[in-house]
Design a protein around this ligand. Structure first.
Ligand SMILES: Nc1ncnc2c1ncn2[C@@H]1O[C@H](COP(=O)(O)OP(=O)(O)OP(=O)(O)O)[C@@H](O)[C@H]1O
Length: 454
C-alpha cells in the first residue's frame, strides 16, 4: 500500500514538475502567476537591503540620523530607498520606492541591469512617478514573445485606444487628444498592417468616424468598410476626399467660432461634431506620380495633409499615416508633413536612413533599438513622441476576421457625414460567418451604418 502511495506521489510530482516545465515555455503567464511571482516577491523582499548595498544604491546617513544612532549606541547604517508598495501583475512585479536625499532616479536606472540579475527577472525598468519616488517595473518573462493584453484595462477618457504592450508589461495606448497626428513606418512584413488592424478594432468600439485612404485598391481597409464613413482607393478619389476633409475642418472651425470654444471638447455635447480619424495606408502609393499632371495632384494632397496635420487637432480630426518610408522622395512638402506627425511607431526597417526618418528627430537614443529589431519578431516596434520618451512595443496577434467582426458589431456607430457622402465605402451585403458572434444591439442592424445621435 505504502509502495503504491509512494509511486503515486512520485508520479504526481513528476507530472506536476513536467506540467510546470511545459507551462514555463508554452504558457509563461500561467507559470509566472503560479511560480515566478511568489518566488520573485520573496526574493525581492528578503534580499532588498543587501541588493541595495551591493548595487551601490545607498548614501551616507544624514548627520541627525547618524548622531541619533550613535547616541543610542547603534551602528550607523547608510540610507537607502524605502519600499512603499509592492504589487504583483500578470506579467511581473511593480515596486514603488522612496528615494533618500542624495539618490536620483538616474542612479537607480543605471543599476537596472544589476537589479535584474539580483532578482532573477527578465527586465527592470525604472520610472519616476513623482519627485523622490520611482517605480521599479519588473517583468518575469518575455512579455513581447506572445502578446496578451490585460483584460481589465480600462482606457481613461475618449479617443484612447489600447493598442500594444510595452516591454515593461504596461499597455501602450494611442491617445489621440495627447498625440493627435502619428506616423507608422516599417519594411514589408514588419507588422504595420497588424498595428493598423489593432487600431481599427479598438477605434471601431468608440464613437468616432473612421475615414480611410488605401491606394493599394483598398485591399487593406475594404474589409473594415462597415465601420468607415468614407474611403478612397485611388489617388484621384483621395484628392477629392482630402479636399472634403479640409472643408469639413473649416466648417468645424466656424462652429467653434460660433460658440467661442477653443476646441471641440469645449463645445456642448449636443453640437459637438464626432471625432474623426483619417487612416492612410501606404502613403507612397498615394503620392505615386506617373505623369506631370499627377505631380500637381500630389503636391496638392501633401498641402491638404499638412493643413490637416497643423490645425485639425482642435476640431477633433486626427491623422494616422502609415508607410514603408517617408522622406523627401515622396515629393515637395513631404518632410514638412512628417515633422507634423509627432507620434511615431517604427517597426523593423530596411536601412538606417529610414530608421532615422522615423525616430531620430524625436528620440535619437532609440535609433540603435530600431535597427536591431529582429526579422523573426514582426510587430515589434519602437514607439515615441515629442516628449522624448520611447518604448519597445508589440501588438497582439489579431486576425483580420476578429477586426472585421468588431467593425460589423459596431457598424451602428458609423456616422453619416454628408461632406464625405461621395466617398462612402461599399459594404459587403453578405458577410462571411463571423468567428466571434457578439449580439448586435436590437435597434441597429450590423450591416446598415446608422448616424450617431447628437
Ligand atoms: N504583433 C504580431 N505578433 C505576431 N505576428 C505578427 C505581429 N504583427 C505581424 N505579425 C505577422 O507578420 C506578418 C506580416 O505582418 P503585416 O502584414 O502586418 O506586415 P506589413 O508590414 O503590413 O507587411 P506589408 O507591408 O507587406 O503589408 C503576418 O504574417 C503577421 O501575422
Amino acid at each position: 500500500m505504502s509502495d503504491l502511495m509512494t509511486a503515486l506521489e512520485v508520479t504526481g510530482l513528476a507530472a506536476g514538475a513536467g506540467g510546470l516545465g511545459y507551462a514555463k515555455h508554452r504558457a509563461p503567464r500561467v507559470y509566472w502567476t503560479l511560480v515566478g511571482l511568489p518566488v520573485t516577491w520573496g526574493r525581492f523582499t528578503f534580499t532588498f537591503r543587501s541588493t541595495m548595498e551591493v548595487c551601490g544604491l545607498t548614501v551616507q546617513a544624514s548627520g541627525l540620523k547618524a548622531a541619533m544612532a550613535r547616541a543610542a549606541r547603534r551602528q550607523v547604517r547608510p540610507a537607502m530607498p524605502k519600499i512603499r508598495r509592492v504589487r504583483g501583475t500578470s506579467t511581473g512585479l511593480r515596486a514603488r520606492l522612496k528615494l533618500p536625499a542624495g539618490l536620483e532616479p538616474a542612479d537607480v536606472s543605471a543599476s537596472a541591469e544589476r537589479l535584474r540579475h539580483a532578482w532573477g527577472v527578465r527586465s527592470v525598468t525604472v520610472v519616476e512617478t513623482r519627485p523622490g519616488m520611482v517605480e521599479l517595473r519588473m517583468t518575469g518573462y518575455d512579455v513581447l514573445g506572445r502578446v496578451r493584453m490585460p483584460r481589465r484595462f480600462k482606457p481613461e477618457g475618449p479617443m484612447v485606444v489600447p493598442v500594444a504592450l510595452r516591454e515593461d508589461g504596461t499597455v501602450f495606448i494611442r491617445d489621440y487628444r495627447k498625440v493627435p497626428m502619428a506616423l507608422t513606418l516599417g519594411a514589408t512584413l514588419s507588422g504595420k498592417s497588424m498595428y493598423q488592424r489593432n487600431l481599427i478594432k479598438g477605434l471601431a468600439e468608440q464613437p468616432v468616424a473612421l475615414v480611410g485612404i488605401d491606394c493599394k485598391r483598398g485591399v487593406e481597409q475594404s474589409p473594415y468598410a462597415a465601420r468607415f464613413s468614407g474611403m478612397a482607393t485611388t489617388p484621384d478619389e483621395s484628392d477629392g476626399l482630402l479636399k472634403a476633409l479640409v472643408r469639413e475642418m473649416e466648417d468645424r472651425f466656424d462652429l467653434l467660432g460660433d460658440y467661442g470654444a477653443a476646441n471641440v471638447w469645449e463645445l456642448p455635447d449636443a453640437v459637438r461634431p464626432v471625432p474623426l480619424v483619417l487612416l492612410v495606408d501606404e502613403v507612397a502609393e498615394l503620392f505615386m506620380v506617373a505623369a506631370r499632371k499627377d505631380e500637381e495632384r500630389r503636391d496638392r494632397m501633401v498641402q491638404y495633409l499638412v493643413r490637416l496635420a497643423q490645425m485639425a487637432r482642435a476640431v477633433g480630426m486626427y491623422l494616422e499615416i502609415c508607410g514603408q518610408r517617408f522622406g523627401s522622395e515622396l515629393g515637395k512638402g513631404a518632410t514638412m508633413l512628417r515633422a507634423q506627425l509627432t507620434g511615431r511607431v517604427v517597426h523593423r526597417v530596411n536601412d538606417l536612413q529610414t530608421a532615422e526618418m522615423g525616430i531620430k528627430d524625436i528620440a535619437p537614443e532609440a535609433l540603435p533599438v530600431v535597427t536591431t529589431i529582429p526579422p523573426d519578431r514582426p510587430g515589434v516596434a519602437v514607439a515615441g513622441d515629442t516628449s522624448g520618451g520611447w518604448s519597445r512595443i508589440r501588438t497582439p496577434e489579431t486576425s483580420q476576421a476578429e477586426a472585421v467582426a468588431a467593425c460589423r458589431r459596431f457598424a451602428h456607430l458609423t456616422p453619416e457625414l454628408p461632406a464625405l457622402a461621395d466617398f462612402r465605402p461599399l459594404v459587403d451585403p453578405e458577410p462571411a460567418p463571423e468567428p466571434d458572434p457578439a449580439p448586435a444591439p436590437d435597434d441597429a442592424s450590423p450591416l446598415v451604418p446608422q448616424p450617431v445621435a447628437d
